[in-house]
Design a protein around this ligand. Structure first.
Ligand SMILES: [Ca+2]
Ligand SMILES: [Ca+2]
Length: 328
């Protein structure tokens, strides 16, 4: 399992995406979606939300989708790394799922969807000129599949549009987006938030304000006007987080999508790693990329650094901490 990206929109921002028209964050609860927030792709023509990915030979994806208007045909577009449209999923006028290679219809599902209903849609897309595959499952059941030539251009996936900025449109809500480069996601996945709620056991970075460090990084959505900074090797900032599983029945925890906004000024001599403290152990993870302007970075962490096992709900009642460490 290798998670590429995941979001439940619980940060109340689209800063992890790469362009949009007609896309907003909306309350999740009235839509029977997860947590506090979900994403709405407008039903106006050419409404979309783009996620740039780089270049992947194939991808698996899962999202919860709730269609509210089919006028412009809710759609998901796949682009190669050169920006060519290589495939698309279209909810057609009969509410069935159409699979396209470029502009060529490949296959149509026979189990139509309904309006105002939450489905878990899983997608596998392998763009190859021969031997490719394009499959959509609904609630764990295969709805439509095609094998053969699945790309008119390159054999890689560079970005995905939810909705469309070319033809077609949106008209749907979605949530709990998971992108993986190794296997089907499986049904029953939800993404909830564990917001920063207080000081942790280390505060070695410098607050930009008179406030305690955690208060600079606990905003939902984020604010870049207050922040913590350091240029000192090994400086560790830790924050306590909410017991996000309190009152929620959870079978298992796949992992933590750890999100950090970073930038640099001057010439830094250190890099930043996400940190998790479990018991007395502080685990650090992949170095975050930084630039002169703030950007959002995400690291997926599947193993508790203290127990070296998958996370459990008791990790959160036992006071797990999150933060950042400066490293050379
Ligand atoms: Ca959500
Ligand atoms: Ca802030």
């Amino acid at each position: 399992m290798a998670r590429i990206f995941g979001t439940g929109f619980e940060r109340n921002t689209l800063d992890q995406f790469d362009g949009s028209t007609g896309t907003t964050i909306v309350p999740a609860e009235p839509l029977n979606l997860t947590g506090n927030f979900a994403c709405r792709i407008s039903d106006a023509y050419r409404s979309y939300l783009k996620k740039a990915l780089g270049s992947y030979p194939y991808l698996y994806m899962s999202l919860k989708i709730n269609i509210f208007n089919i006028n412009y045909n809710p759609s998901i577009f796949f682009y190669d790394q050169n920006g060519n449209i290589i495939a698309k999923i279209i909810i057609n006028d009969s509410f069935n799922i159409d699979l396209y290679r470029g502009s060529t219809l490949l296959a149509t599902g026979t189990s139509p969807l309904s309006l105002d209903t939450v489905y878990q849609m899983e997608i596998y897309y392998l763009p190859l000129n021969s031997g490719g595959e394009f499959t959509v499952k609904i609630d764990g059941v295969e709805n439509v599949t095609y094998s053969g030539d699945t790309t008119p251009y390159l054999e890689n996936i560079g970005s995905i549009d939810f909705g469309s900025k070319n033809t077609y449109g949106g008209g749907f809500y979605f949530d709990d987006l998971i992108i993986d480069d190794s296997d089907w996601i499986g049904i029953g996945h939800s993404i909830i938030s564990a917001p920063i709620t207080g000081a942790g056991s280390s505060a070695q970075w410098t607050s930009s304000t008179a406030a305690t460090n955690y208060a600079n990084v606990d905003e939902i959505p984020y604010s870049d006007t207050d922040y913590n900074s350091t240029n000192t090797t090994d400086a560790l900032d830790l924050y306590s987080i909410s017991d996000c599983f309190d009152g929620i029945d959870v079978a298992s925890i796949a992992g933590i999508y750890f999100n950090v906004r970073t930038n640099y000024e001057g010439v830094p001599t250190v890099s930043i790693k996400p940190a998790i403290k479990s018991g007395v152990t502080v685990g650090t993870y992949a170095t975050l990329s930084q630039s002169v302007s703030f950007s959002n970075e995400q690291v997926f962490i599947g193993v508790n650094p203290g127990t070296l096992a998958t996370f459990t709900t008791s990790d959160f009642t036992n006071g797990i901490e999150v933060g950042v460490k400066a490293v050379v």
